[in-house]
Design a binder for this molecule. Structure first.
Ligand SMILES: Nc1ncnc2c1ncn2[C@@H]1O[C@H](COP(=O)(O)OP(=O)(O)OP(=O)(O)O)[C@@H](O)[C@H]1O
Length: 298
């Protein structure tokens, strides 16, 4: 059962001006219908999370929003312009998009990759303006890549490469930034460092971000609103704390979870309850926590 009123055209009540909205987007790959009448909006300075199980259509939706795929039905608006009203170069000044998988660019250095993000602004070939240099330096600094900027991309680890692509996307300096699983290859420290960068982009520069997350706790921590998808439809949407509850996660992912408060109760985290095979079965269990192994627990 779908919980989302957006599927039946209920307008969202929003106080801030909308930066982006799409209405009734549908998309098929050949005969395979993947998106069914999706409506979504994003205000200025909002982080929107797209969540849902593998194959539910998140990347396809993001690619439709980016204009990489042309939806068969529905409308897209960036600010007051309809998507069809924007030339590709103009659109690239409005929307940047980091896909889930990137092409190999043999031999290119990190810095040169990030400079490519400035392409929509170049008027005289490859000459870089002071603004280009500032944006490139800032993106490299934000993604902690200054030390790696002259290294070829193909000599970096997967996570370093991911940060370089995010830096390129940020250097494009667009009001709307679309990110498909931006932290999927990153270690714990860099995951949270990148999430911090996304929050800063919103807070200090008023950027609007729409990002796919697989980790519901990432969405819980940084998103103002989330859209949870199931089988090509919006199942539920709203603020993360109210949407990402046990019932929703059970229904959408088929996983039992428990919502816990952390700190002084200012933040909620989702803890998946392990399936029976992994569950400890009592004192005879061979699985022990680190503290138990060290004999800290009696
Ligand atoms: N180029 C393509 N041609 C045909 N079918 C495709 C193509 N790309 C994706 N699909 C199918 O469309 C559906 C949605 O795919 P999509 O990549 O949008 O899902 P997703 O929610 O982003 O999944 P994941 O979490 O695994 O990245 C899937 O069933 C997938 O097999």
């Amino acid at each position: 059962m779908l919980h989302d009123p957006g599927d039946i055209h209920v307008p969202e009540s929003r106080e801030e001006p909308l930066l982006f909205r799409c209405r009734d987007i549908s998309f098929s790959y050949g005969r395979k219908n993947v998106l069914h009448q999706i409506s979504l909006s994003a205000g200025r300075g909002e982080i929107i999370g797209l969540l849902g199980p593998n194959g539910c259509g998140k990347s396809t939706l993001l690619r439709c929003i980016a204009g990489v795929l042309k939806s068969h039905q529905g409308s897209l608006h960036y600010g007051s312009s309809s998507k069809s009203g924007l030339a590709p170069r103009e659109r690239a000044r409005h929307v940047s998009f980091l896909p889930q998988h990137q092409l190999d660019v043999p031999g290119i250095t990190v810095r040169k990759l990030v400079i490519l993000g400035r392409n929509p602004y170049s008027v005289t070939g490859w000459h870089q303006s002071a603004e280009d240099r500032r944006a490139v330096h800032q993106a490299l600094e934000q993604l902690q890549l200054l030390d790696l900027q002259h290294k070829p991309l193909d000599q970096l680890s997967g996570g370093e490469r991911q940060r370089a692509w995010i830096a390129m996307t940020i250097a494009q300096d667009t009001p709307l930034i679309l990110l498909d699983e931006p932290v999927s290859y990153l270690d714990l420290r860099h995951q949270w460092a990148v999430l911090e960068v996304l929050t800063e982009l919103k807070r200090t520069m008023g950027k609007t971000l729409i990002a796919v997350f697989h980790d519901v706790n990432h969405a819980m921590a940084v998103c103002d609103r989330v859209y949870v998808m199931k089988e090509g439809r919006i199942y539920s949407r709203g603020c993360p704390e109210s949407v990402l509850n046990e019932d929703c996660l059970q229904e959408v992912y088929g996983v039992r979870t428990c919502l816990c408060s952390v700190g002084e109760g200012e933040r909620s985290v989702v803890v998946p309850l392990c399936p029976c095979k992994m569950r400890r079965t009592g004192p005879s269990s061979s699985v022990k926590t680190t503290t138990e192994k060290e004999g800290v627990l009696s």
